[in-house]
Design a protein around this ligand. Sequence first.
Ligand code: ADQ
Length: 516
Amino acid sequence: MVDHDSAYPVQPTESTQLGLWTQERLRSVARELFVDAPLVVVSNREPYLHHIDEKNNNLTWRRPPGGLVSALDPVMQAIEGGVWVAQGVGEGDRTAVDASGRVPVPPDNPAYTLKRIWLEQAEIEGYYEGFSNEGLWPLCHVVFHRPRFNASDWKHYQTVNRRFADAVLEEIGGKPAFVWVQDYHLCLVPHYLRQARPDLTIGISWHIPWPNPEIFRTCPYGVQLLEGLLAADVIGFHIRYHGNNFLATVEQELEARLDRERSRVVRSGHETLIVDIPISVDTDEEEEVARSQEAADQMEHFQVLFNLERYDHVLLGLDRFDYTKGIPERLMALDHLLQDHPEYKEKLVFLQVGEVSRMQIPHYQELNQEVEQLTQEINDRHRTTDWVPIILWREPIDRADLMALYQLADICVVSSLHDGMNLVAKEYIASRVDETGVLVLSKFTGAARELPDALLINPYDADDFAKKLDQAIQMPKAQKADRMRRMRRVVRQNNIYAWAGRFLQEMARSGGVEAR
Ligand code: ADQ
């Protein structure tokens, strides 16, 4: 073990003091770090899905929605030569891979290897839909949905976590490696890896909030989850508050030595460093897409499709459709706004974009019904002969569509009830190359800590939320520009390469490799 004193987590590392993190800088740091040991990323969700296009008899592909994939794919592309282990879910996925489940990605310009593993239907139901998304997801987000745990889901969760660990071990053979595990689906992977290979350097990034100890202890398998995580050398959260909740949980649930000063846990002679490093977006790439001809074409397309030219104010909500994102709350705030300010009728439109997800789970079906019903009620309450305030749009969208929609939105509304970070907020800022636009942002997102220049709201307070929407509409041009400029500086500085670079440096130090 190296002396960690020089790597106190919240201080800027030597490397970050050198200036802005870029793709090139991450690549050169990675070349030094991973010279003798490759980087293997492990996550449930895969970065690319293959589809069979029956009409043209060929394979097509796309990137699924979701924060983790949006953030990590550019990192893996920058690092080059790594391996990403994930579950294959596209109907063309098996056709695209070789006999070991491997396929080079991105398919149009390969930079790393995707190794797919295959799960049985019962495993998907128990591990993914059950334990991960009906248990851990509501457990970690304070949204008043009771988590559901049962022994059969837990068994699947263990089995599948072992399968992911086995796939990593198969991939690295007997060689040294850095393994970077992602998120709440895979808490036990560090433990299984450590059992088989005590020499590996293992990190895990936790993308969602960590609850307080009182909530966490309702999980009947909490101790095993903590033990699984603590087999890692480094555990990363987006904000200090979640890291502190984790430390408090460990203190309550386990026999372990805590060094709060240095954010470390020592258990059975093994030391785990807890860091908080905010995840972000690839600002250069977002800007490039925002300025592209494709995005410009899509802007024109959406302008015609939604008849946007006729409105003074375009408000946008864009999410992976989830009950943590506060979609009904933002519709109710709009309802309040229109009741208080009927003068906005016909002058504004609220565009709610987002594919439905996890529809096998009853809470998600209920959310879908609730949003459809609310939209209808609010539209009926305020409609005029040729105008309704809310347009619900559920089509899948690609990066150019995203950048086009962000640039068309005078106001972007992110109203999560609880969110680890929220990348939509940061993407909106990155897209605003014209340095205007207003971000209305829930104070319960990790992003709110970095972005005091957003209009911060409590999504449960519909009156104040409506007032903030009004403030956003009325905000003078110069103030919008000042705020947006400051937010753009923050997002550019703490970009995705800073997140990955800093995390990988902490991993390297814990594994005895000195980063620059
Ligand atoms: P998510 O809960 O998925 O991420 P978020 O961070 O907002 O939430 O990321 C969503 C991503 O999906 C964004 O990149 C967005 O552009 C994309 N997206 C959303 N709707 C889409 C749609 N309809 N079509 C295509 N793309 C869409 C989790 C945590 C977050 C944390 C991230 C990363 O819940 O708190 O920020 O991981 O750590």
